[in-house]
Design a protein around this ligand. Sequence first.
Ligand code: COA
Length: 148
Amino acid sequence: MIEIDFATADDVPLLADLLAELFTLERDFKPEREKQLRGLQWILDEPALGRLFVLRVDGKVAGMANALITVSTAEGGRVLLLEDVIVGRAHRGGGLGRQLIEHVLGWAKAQGMTRVTLLADRNNQLALDFYRKLGFETSHMSVLRKKL
Ligand SMILES: CC(C)(COP(=O)(O)OP(=O)(O)OC[C@H]1O[C@@H](n2cnc3c(N)ncnc32)[C@H](O)[C@@H]1OP(=O)(O)O)[C@@H](O)C(=O)NCCC(=O)NCCS
């Protein structure tokens, strides 16, 4: 049975496991469990910041998405920053990733959000193909970062 729901505090350690796998894949990040646990808990404690979604297969955590809420002056309203999307290795390629993203975007739309933005490692062709299939387009903006 497939369920997609908001994460609870009990899910946090398993979500940190999924993030460890994701941050090993993405060159900009590295797994640091304490930081991931703190970040996840922060979002759970402050729903105005966003929502953590969890995908369960037969009651077990199999995937996640982090739907962060921000405000766009271009849109004149709330928009979504989609982060931390991962489906566990054992469950990939069966349509669960699509289901998860469509669920999250449906939620965001119902909240009145009008745009979703995400970043993907430019070498992660699998993820880029996946998002294109779901209707995402490459932006003309470049991402720049500075550690503070
Ligand atoms: C990206 C990811 C979430 C996709 O989840 P998934 O459950 O495997 O994807 P789905 O089975 O729902 O596939 C959805 C669509 O993407 C396509 N797709 C999935 N994997 C693909 C691949 N390796 N190559 C090309 N297309 C692919 C599918 O063909 C499918 O198209 P369809 O719905 O028209 O048939 C999953 O592969 C993953 O967790 N990867 C590792 C973490 C990651 O890279 N996350 C993204 C960070 S930005």
